[in-house]
Design a protein around this ligand. Structure first.
Ligand code: PAF
Length: 285
């Protein structure tokens, strides 16, 4: 039976009780509009914990001005069906007022790791993410929390947060789940028109070209970056970045001979898509 709770105190109680029974609690934070990628996070949590908590909260703090907070897809009934189908123990779906009551004024911010890539183009975004996830960690008391690696920088930041603040939480990053043609699953894919959906393949086409060059021995970050960028520049309306970065620090590549993160954010009409591959670690996208 999947319980659905809306009040933080009720959610905390459900998780406390599970821990009281000696169960390991696994947390899967989401903003809803669940797709197969999210379901794979739930499966990973189930493999690692006994009591599974999924949160569904479109967190206003992490959306900047002019971003898609108002039109972000809200599909609560289908999301709950998905959670019931996976035997999730509790779903926490609070109202913004319950998470941020009048007088709320605390912000959790990390340093250097939040500045490049997404941080450069979405100022304040990661402060919103780290603030809400800290609250969710505190309410849940999980042994393990599971995130998708499509938001690669987010996963690295949240791992750093847990480490820096001595939170006894294993922060797991799960592989990107893709459509048959390679497009990374995203709640935002539903915004795409038919022609945008075709052009969206520019990202994975570029990542594959770079992956194939890497497999053939190419290790120059500029060359690999240029291979990833070419189809994005040809097919998208505009790119925020196509970057070669260090997979740990997210800054300039430190050891590009062994591993290299290629990360992309680009716009098709009003839709912004992100994707990435860690060369030397991930399978071909
Ligand atoms: O990745 C997301 O869906 C969100 O950024 C998260 C981690 C649920 C925080 O709101």
């Amino acid at each position: 039976m999947t319980a659905v709770v809306r009040e933080p105190a009720d959610f905390r109680r459900a998780c406390d009780e599970a821990r009281g029974r000696g169960q390991r609690v696994g947390l899967v934070p989401t903003m809803g509009a669940l797709h197969a990628g999210h379901l794979s996070l739930i499966d990973e949590a189930k493999a690692r914990a006994d009591f599974i908590a999924v949160t569904i909260f479109v967190n206003p703090l992490q959306f900047g001005e002019g971003e898609d907070l108002d039109r972000y897809p809200r599909t609560m009934e289908a999301d709950l069906e998905g959670c019931r189908g996976r035997d999730v123990d509790v779903v926490f779906a609070p109202d913004p007022k319950a998470m941020y009551p009048d007088g709320f004024q605390t912000q959790v911010s990390l340093g250097e790791i939040t500045k490049p890539l997404e941080g450069e183009f979405r100022p304040g975004h990661f402060d919103g993410v780290t603030t809400v996830v800290t609250k969710l960690f505190n309410l849940t008391g999980p042994s393990v929390a599971v995130f998708g690696r499509k938001d690669y920088q987010q996963w690295r930041i949240l791992s750093r947060l847990a480490l820096d603040l001595d939170m006894p939480i294993e922060v797991v990053g799960c592989a990107i789940i893709r459509e048959a043609d390679g497009l990374a699953l995203s709640s935002r894919n539903r915004y795409l028109s038919a022609s945008e959906r075709k052009r969206a393949l520019g990202i994975v086409t570029g990542l594959r070209a770079a992956y194939d060059a890497w497999t053939g021995g190419q290790r120059n970050p500029d060359t690999l970056r240029a291979l990833a960028a070419a189809p994005v520049e040809a097919l998208f309306d505009r790119a925020d970045y196509v970057a070669a970065a260090d997979p740990e620090t997210l800054g300039a590549p430190e050891d590009p001979e062994s591993r290299l993160l290629l990360a992309v954010a680009a716009h098709l009409g009003k839709t912004r898509l992100i994707d990435n591959v860690v060369l030397g670690e991930d399978p071909r996208p």
